[in-house]
Structures are given as C-alpha cells and as structure tokens.
Design a protein around this ligand. Structure first.
Ligand code: BGC
Length: 767
C-alpha cells in the first residue's frame, strides 16, 4: 500500500514539481510557512483562491457563471457541490466539497465509466435527533466522513442545524430540532464523527435560515434575546464542542444585513466570543457584496463566479479592498487546506464499504423512530400475521428530502420488502394493485430539475369493496402516510401539514372495516417534519413515526414492527393540534412582494425583497406550548416503548466552591422487554427580572439497552450557563438569584422527579 502510494501519479507529479520548484525556490504549502506561500501568490491567484471554481447550473445569469482562470473548473469528484482552484506550483490542492447532511451527494454516473458511485442514504437529521443519542450521531458521522473521504472529498457540507421554528420549513428534515440544546449536541457529535476520519465539516446555515420562501433575500427581524438563546445557541454549542473546520453562512439577512456580510456574526460572535478557528464559506450564491463578505470574515465565496472575480479585481485596483484583507482570508483557507486529504494526496478508493454503512443506516433509523400510539399493545406484530399494506408510501418510501440534501443511493428498501424479508406475509392482490398503480402514474410524470421535489403520485383510491375483501383476508392493516419536501419551497398547510381528503378517507374506511372485524390498524408516518395527527389518531390503534429513514427504511421499520428493536425515539419537535398553535405561524412566511415561483430566477437574489418578523421571540416549540398551556397532540420529548421505566430518587450535589450542580438518577426497566429510556433534564428558573419559559431543556441522556429489572444510574452536570438567560440590559448571560427546580422527565410534560436548590446571588456571565 505504501509503495503504491509513493508512486501514485499525483505524488509523482508533486515530486517532479518540487524538484523544479526547489530550483526556482518556490515555497510549498505544508513545507514552507503559510505566509511565504501567500507572498508567492499573484494577485489573480489570490482572487481565485477565495472563491470556488463555479457551478454549472442551467439558466445562470452571466455574472453567476464560473470564474475565468487558466486551470480547469471541473471537480475531480463528479457531482460534488463545489471545489476550489488548485495552484500546483505552490503545492495548493483542489479542495472538494460535497453535500450533506443525510449522506454524500455525488453523481452516481461518470462519463465513459460503467461503474456506479452510489452513496449511503442515511436517515434524516430529524430522525437522528429523535434518537437523543449523541453516540449514534457520532457513528453516523464516522460512516459519512469515511464515505466522503473514500470518494475523494475534503469537506462534507453538513451537519445542518437550523431551528425548526415552524413545521412548514421545507428543509426541516435536514435539521435536528426545535430546541437548540438538542441541535447543538447532535451537530457537535456528528462533526466529531465526520472529522475523526480526517475530513472537515461545514456546519450550516449560520444563522436564522428557518424557512425557504424567498430565502436568498429574506430579512429576518429577530430580537437579541431570541437570537442568542434560540438561533445562535446550537451553533455555539457545536463550535465549542467540536471545532468544525468550516461554517457555512446562510442566505438570509438578520436585522438588515446578510449573514455572510455581518462582521458581528462572523467575526465578533463566531470567532471572538466562541473561539471558532476555521473558515467561513457562503452558501451557494449567498449574499450580495463579495467585498463586504471578505471584510466581515466570510472567507470562501461559493460556488464562485466571474462576477465576484471582476468585483474583487476592481476593488483591489481602486483601493476599496486592501490586499491585506485578502491575505488574512487566505491564511484561514490555507490552514484548512493543510489538514485536508487532498493536501496529503490521499489515495481514495472510490469504493467505500457501502454494505457496512448500510448497517449503520439501518440501526440508526430504527433507533430514531418514535412510537406515538400503541393501544392495547398493537405493536409489535407477531411473525406469521398476514398484513395488508395501504398507502402508496408502503411501496415507495420517501427515504429523505430533496434538493442538496438528496442522496443518490443504490436502493431504497420499501416497507413491503422490509416486512417480507422479516418473514411477514403480505396480501398479494392488494400489493400488486398498488404497485401497478404507482408505476403507471410514475410513467406519466415529467421529471423535475434535481433541486425541486418530485411531486408524489396521488394517493391511490381504494374502493370500499376492495377494502372489505382485503380486510377479510388479512389480520392487520398498515397504512403509510408519506411526505416529501426540500430546498426552495416551504411545505403547504393543506394536504401536507394536514392530511389530504384522500388520506383521511383511506384511514377512516380501512379503520372502520378492520375494527368491524375486530382487527387492528397501524399508521406509519413517513414524513420529514411534523404533521397533524389529533383529528384522526383515535381511528387507529397504533402510530409509528418513521420519519424519512434513509435507504434501509423498510428493514428498519420491520425491525421495530417485529419487536426486534424496541422503539426508544422521542420527539425533538412538538406535534401541535393545529398549525396556528405554533406562535411562528402568525405572519408566516413574512412580507412577500412577489408571488411564489419555482423558476430559477426566484432563487437568485432580485428585487423581490421580503421580511419576516420573529415576533415569537424565545417562544419557539415547547417553550411556548408548555408555558402557555396550549394542548399538543404529542409533546416535545414524548415517545412510547414496548416496555416501561421507573425513575428512582434524584441525588443533587453542589460541592462547596463549585459553580456546577451534579444530578443523578437511577432508571429501572420495569416492563417485560429490553429497552432504552431517554431521560430529559428541564430547569425551571425563578422569574424575577427576566421573563422565563415554564421550563427549559438543559440536559439529556439515554440509557444503555436495559434488560427487564435492570437499572442504570444517569448523571448530569448543570453549569451556571445552563441556568442562565440572555439579559438585554447588561448584554450578558444572567443567572438570577432564587429557587431553581430541576426536573427529570420522560417528556417535557411528563415530569417524574423534581428537586429544588437555591441560588444565593445573581451571576453575570460574559458572552
Ligand atoms: C444549499 C446548501 C448546500 C449548497 C451546495 C445550497 O443551495 O443551501 O445547503 O450545501 O447548496 O449544494
């Protein structure tokens, strides 16, 4: 292997190159100081290095075309999201960036090559978060990092951790949660996992990019307290706990300034207050002013354009841009490059271990599914039961969302396949009818550009007669409800957040018929975000929230349905009764001055300025529902298991002189099956100077797999920062004096144990 490596063409080229460079004494990246490499760059080279090599996208306006340089614009990894220019004479490699976040998005086909380059479609981030298992996020990260590296990439454009402000957010599936602690911890674990493989991450989209509509120009008006406590907090945790190589700034403005042009966000907060050491890149074609971006601390302009190239050259010529600014940016870019596989001439195999990664995807998927309802222990099903599968989604699961978060996987296991492989018997005639219907309808579809969601086939109408016949010939019905969404569009309220008429009718008719025969009905929710459940859940016996579970969908579902895996996922987003119960719904999606359009021009910046007021402040998700006592269908943190757990007494210790509080609790499996419990720690803070939510999540832990009667002690450390809120007056974090209640809970509304302690004096914590 070593020998092969030594004589690899790339390295051989470099060796030749360094011999000749020695003669001309050109500094080399990695051998000589970064400063000397920067000094050896020409001005044109400097300009080309602060941007990507461009993007080939149909219909791009002239100024967005690829930069013009001597070398090739083509990435060495077909289908990569972007690349940087290589400057071979100085040993500067091409950096390759691939999307994220549910897998490595590259093109499976290559010119003149019969091989296929598929990637693993892992479960979506929302599912990973629902596992509440940071070890699991780390494992998925390790697999994704390895796959990135073996396909020749240097940076994975993931994880994404914007807050689920409203279920209608089209990209919520790429994001973790409505809560910043869950988001930050998951993103940190995923980042550590990916980076353990020697490739970088780009945590995105920094910040307040919570909806898609008009995202390239929308101005998010948000107060400082909500910004700090809700929208920045997850990023802060991820930066401090995992030091990602890169951060991607978002498309939107925050309080009048594009995030990619905000010195406050990129330099003051990210670097000076949080200690971020890597580089910041724009989102693709994000922001408006390349000079402002570089000055603000946004280092890499992606994907790079001829317009930016001209702007920078002009600004250097007329003095609007000091070359020293460019040099400072280059220092950050070259520092990241030094760590990259490309710089080490890593000989990637183009053959990641997809079989191994599929196992990671399968077990992760099963761990993040949430059992929402299970009347009279409908689930797990017994082997040999004859199952009738209703709903198009049973035959064609939506394994992930669309847009840049889409993954080109080799296959997707349907629910039918998964259950069949697990030994269940299906209803052949029904299954055949569905499969024929779906393929006929699909043949009629016009293919959409990759960045738009492919419309799903209309739900098949099943006649009463057919339902009646099938019900007589099967033991149980499973109905799958599927949703798809992705970049460039938010979700709809009708027939998306709420069920369509056809879906309601299907659930009603199937349930009636099966219940008449004393048989049960299970609904599988194959969705990327929250949907309404309260109006129909009483019709059915069990509801299993499968999210979009990645390519191993059917297998993972069969694992849970058969009881092979005991469900242990819990909700990281509130399932409300009605869409208007989310405080963010009022005024959504903001002031829009042009109609929605799926045209490319609508995704580029233009005159169609829009603004959204985050008038909901810190009242996002459970913070609002629980404080204002608004009923929910399923509360934040909720999830059932096939077993039960008891919570023992809480031990609270605060050592003399120590600022932090230690809390521990013993959890015992008191039910009949092995299982895992997610324990959540909420803090109710005294309400004196600042308004406070009823309680906020300040910690969480998941037990190991506990056998019946087995116990485990879980420990938590609460630091002063975990007790604090952002004080607008002092512009610091403030721990107020008074009585704090620590609640150990099975969900945000199912508090099992509580202990109180007194904070004698108020404490201010600088930013
Ligand atoms: C998305 C990013 C993505 C980038 C590159 C943008 O449209 O917002 O999340 O990483 O494209 O594909």
């Amino acid at each position: 292997m070593k020998l092969l490596h030594l004589f690899s063409p790339t390295l051989f080229g470099l060796l030749l190159f360094s011999t000749s460079s020695a003669a001309t004494e050109l500094p080399q990246l990695g051998k000589d100081s970064i400063q000397s490499v920067i000094t050896a760059l020409t001005q044109q080279e400097k300009i080309s290095l602060v941007m990507g090599t461009g993007m080939d996208f149909p219909g791009l306006p002239d100024e967005f075309q690829a930069p013009v340089v001597g070398s090739s614009n083509k990435s060495r990894v077909p289908g990569a999201a972007g690349s940087s220019f290589a400057i071979e004479r100085l040993g500067i490699p091409e950096l390759v960036l691939v999307d994220g976040p549910a897998g490595v998005r590259i093109s499976p086909r290559r010119e003149d090559d019969d091989n296929r380059y598929f990637s693993t479609a892992f479960p979506i981030a929302t599912l990973v978060a629902s596992s509440w298992d940071v070890e699991l996020a780390h494992k998925v990260g390790v697999a994704m990092g390895n796959e990135s590296k073996e396909y020749g990439a240097d940076i994975l454009l993931a994880p994404a951790l914007n807050i689920h402000r409203i279920p209608l957010g089209g990209r919520n599936f790429e994001y973790y949660s409505e809560d910043p602690l869950v988001s930050g911890k998951m993103a940190a674990a995923m980042t550590r996992g990916v980076q353990s493989q020697g490739v970088g991450t780009s945590i995105k989209h920094y910040v307040a990019n919570n909806h898609e509509w008009n995202r390239n120009v929308i101005d998010v008006k948000v107060g400082q307290r909500a910004l700090r406590e809700i929208y920045l907090r997850g990023f802060e945790i991820a930066i401090k706990e995992s030091q990602p190589w890169t951060v991607m700034s978002s498309y939107n403005k925050v309080n009048g300034t594009y995030t990619s042009e905000s010195h406050e966000l990129l330099t003051k907060i990210l670097r000076e207050q949080w200690g971020f050491e890597g580089l910041v890149m724009t989102d693709w074609f994000g922001g408006a002013d390349a000079i402002a971006q570089l000055k603000a601390g946004n280092d890499l302009l992606m994907p790079g354009s001829v317009g930016q190239q001209n702007t920078l050259q002009k600004a250097l010529d007329n003095g609007d841009l000091d070359e020293a600014v460019l040099d400072k940016v280059l220092e950050k870019i070259l520092t990241v490059m030094l760590k990259s596989p490309a710089h080490a001439s890593y000989q990637y195999s183009d053959k990641p271990d997809l079989a191994k990664h599929a196992q990671v995807a399968r077990s992760a998927a099963a761990q993040g599914m949430v059992l929402l309802q299970n009347n009279l222990t409908t689930l797990p099903l017994k082997k040999g039961q004859k199952i009738a599968l209703f709903g198009n989604g049973s035959y064609q699961m939506i394994v992930g969302g669309t847009g840049s978060g889409h993954v080109n996987s080799a296959y997707a296991v349907s629910l039918l396949e998964g259950l069949t492989h697990a030994g269940f018997v299906g209803h052949q005639t029904l299954h055949k009818s569905y499969q024929t219907y779906i393929s006929t309808e699909e043949a009629k579809q016009v293919p959409q550009p990759f960045y738009l969601p492919q419309p799903v086939v209309a739900e098949r109408v099943v006649s009463q007669q057919e339902i009646g016949d099938v019900a007589l010939q099967s033991d149980i019905a499973l109905i799958t409800i599927s949703r798809n969404s992705g970049e460039f569009a938010d979700r709809e309220v009708e027939a998306d957040f709420y069920l369509s008429d056809a879906e309601k009718k299907l659930i009603r008719s199937v349930s009636q018929r099966y219940h008449d025969l004393d048989k049960k009905v299970v609904v599988v929710l194959n969705v990327g975000g929250v949907i309404e459940t309260a109006s129909w859940r009483d019709h059915v016996d069990a509801i299993l929230l499968a999210w979009q579970p990645g390519q191993e969908a059917g297998h993972a579902l069969a694992d849970v349905i058969s009881g092979q895996v005991n469900p242990s996922g819990k909700l990281a987003a509130t399932f409300a009764m009605e869409i208007q119960d989310y405080p963010s719904y009022e005024g959504f999606p903001g002031v829009v001055t042009e109609p929605r359009s799926a045209e490319l021009k609508s995704i580029m910046r233009g005159d169609h300025a829009a603004e959204v007021q985050y008038h909901d402040g810190i009242w996002v998700g459970y913070r609002a529902f629980n404080t204002r006592k608004i009923d929910t269908a399923y509360a934040f943190g909720f999830g059932l298991s096939y077993t039960q757990f008891s919570y023992g007494d809480v031990q609270l210790t605060r050592q003399e002189g120590s600022d932090s509080v230690q809390v521990s609790i013993e959890i015992t499996n008191t039910g009949p099956r092995a299982g895992k419990e997610v324990v959540q720690l909420y803090v109710s803070a005294p309400k004196s100077k600042l308004e406070k939510p009823e309680a906020e999540l300040r910690g969480f832990r998941k037990t190991n797999l506990l056998q019946p009667k087995q116990s485990q002690v879980l420990s938590f450390t609460i630091n002063p920062r975990d007790l604090s809120s952002y004080d607008l007056e002092s512009q610091q974090w403030l721990v107020e004096a008074g009585s704090y209640i620590i609640k150990l809970a099975a969900s945000s509304t199912d508090i099992r144990r509580a202990v109180t302690f007194d904070q004698k004096k108020a404490v201010y914590i600088p930013l």
